[in-house]
Design a protein around this ligand. Structure first.
Ligand SMILES: [Zn+2]
Length: 491
């Protein structure tokens, strides 16, 4: 009998080893569509220094998002006039519309209306520079200085670098008398940093016209100089972005003196509820989101053990999760995150408050919906009397996940390779929000990528101090967008 069991076990081990081995071997990047041959983008006559000076000029126009009604919209009008003046060939070729007061929608009509248009996105507004951080800047944040091979100032990366590069590329082609066959749409929102009503309005205009774009491309991800898993430069093309939802936890208690408290107070109830929601079960895995596709794309660069583990999540899932749990960025990639961020209760140490509240911020992974999270959070605290859970504001769902086998993904990937061949190309997940989320219904696929090579130091300057973009990166962007327009719309 023992021999039979041993033999059965040996067969089982051999089978598992075989499956693991086969899956590891078969785990590789899906082939990109062979039909994409990008133009030689190195031949474009780009004057990077002159473009850098123009980006500097754009930075000097302080288009800080308009938060209050009384805020001065003049900088946006100034930017619009500057764009018209600086890019005359493009403005002669394309039709320009103002939408939602300050957002700009351009239509560069193609000769073949049968081809779905290409949609290029960027935003005009920038976040402010708080007075208390001003001292940490080496230059005037709105000076647009070109120094040490970089353009310095608020918006250099986010997102005037892309805005100016798109205009530079369009001007370059328009000045050569090039005309697209496929219509190219340009949508430049004016309030991305505060919610993107402009983008929403432009998407609505496009929807009303029955537009269904081939693809849309916006900011979101870039070429990181060192991928945490492979240690190599990697171009991450955002194929989805996470949702955003904030849960308000409220508890009512009996107000009174704290010398003879009831078993629970509003504070203890909220604390208990926050703790339970914080530790609620969240699905975390590679599948069901961009993580799996990212791993597949990076498969050739993964160590054999990592590759075996990710190819066999059915077996090594728990081990993988343990490894990911050590890195907040990795955890954010594979699941919804839960972050208690605010608490409010009580006025005196010796007074029982009648009410206590807390806020828990969720970043929704594409596999989760806000309604499901809320229902499960409520079920988890159902036995705590006097506590209610509601969204503090309407939740924003995660975006749909765009294809990694589409012709547009292949085009972007090929142009990324042409821009910076040292980098592997892989799909990624955008953890924050971009204007692109509003265009999901008017584009077949939505990608979030600009081929700037950025270090982790560079990433910290976005919305931070000493924001700057290297002239090299700016040139890379211009060539990329020109290649996108030429290969995608002019052949
Ligand atoms: Zn931005």
């Amino acid at each position: 009998m023992v021999r039979v069991i041993l033999a059965a076990m040996a067969v089982l081990v051999a089978a598992v080893t075989g499956i693991v081995g086969y899956r590891t071997y078969a785990f590789s990047a899906p082939p990109l569509l062979a039909s994409v041959t990008p133009p030689d983008i190195s031949t474009y006559a780009v004057d990077a220094e002159a473009a850098a000076a123009r980006l500097g000029a754009a930075i000097r126009i302080r288009t800080v998002s308009i938060v209050n009604e009384g805020d001065d919209p003049a900088p946006f009008a100034q930017l619009h006039a500057w764009m018209q003046q600086t890019y005359p060939a493009f403005h002669a070729a394309a039709r320009r519309e103002l939408v939602n007061t300050l957002s700009l929608l351009y239509v560069w009509e193609g000769s073949d209306p049968a081809q779905p248009p290409m949609l290029l996105l960027a935003h005009q507004d920038v976040v402010p520079v708080p007075d208390e951080t001003r001292g940490a800047w080496s230059d005037d944040p709105f000076g647009g200085v070109v120094r040490d091979g970089a353009v310095w100032g608020r918006g250099a990366i986010d997102d005037k670098g892309s805005l100016v590069a798109i205009l530079e590329a369009a001007e370059l082609l328009a000045a050569q008398g090039r005309r697209p066959t496929r219509t190219i749409l340009f949508a430049f929102g004016h309030d991305e940093e505060i919610g993107g009503e402009g983008a929403q309005a432009m998407a609505q205009v496009l929807a009303d016209r029955g537009v269904r774009a081939w693809f849309a491309i916006d900011e979101g991800l870039a070429i990181i100089d060192r991928h945490p898993l492979t240690g190599r430069p990697t171009a991450l093309i955002g194929i989805a972005e996470k949702g955003f939802a904030t849960l308000r936890v409220s508890a009512v208690g009996r107000p009174g003196h704290s010398s003879m408290p009831p078993p629970e107070t509003a504070v203890s109830l909220v604390a208990e509820a926050v703790d339970r929601v914080h530790s609620m079960r969240i699905e975390r895995q590679l599948g069901g989101g961009p993580a799996h596709a990212m791993m597949r794309a990076l498969a050739p660069e993964l160590s054999l053990t990592t590759r075996a583990a990710v190819a066999n999540e059915w077996l090594f899932g728990p081990a993988l999760q343990q490894r990911f749990a050590q890195d907040p960025a990795a955890m954010a990639l594979i699941g919804t995150t839960v972050a208690p961020t605010m608490m409010n209760a009580g006025v005196r140490p010796n007074v029982l408050p009648g009410e206590a509240t807390a806020m828990i911020n969720f970043r929704l992974h594409p596999r989760d919906t806000a309604a499901d999270i809320l229902a499960r959070a409520r079920a988890g605290i159902a036995d705590i009397e006097g506590v209610t859970l509601d969204w503090a504001e309407p939740p924003r769902e995660a975006s749909a996940t765009s294809s990694v086998t589409s012709s547009s993904y292949a085009l972007i990937a090929a142009l990324s390779e042409a821009s910076y061949g040292e980098a592997a190309v892989a799909p990624g997940l955008v953890l924050g929000g971009t204007d692109s989320r509003h265009y999901g219904s008017v584009a077949e696929n939505v990608y979030r990528f600009a081929p700037m090579v950025l270090s982790s130091d560079d990433l910290e300057t976005i919305h931070g101090n000493n924001e700057r973009v290297s002239v090299e990166n700016l040139e890379r962007l211009i060539r990329f967008y020109a290649g996108l327009m030429e290969a995608g719309a002019m052949q």
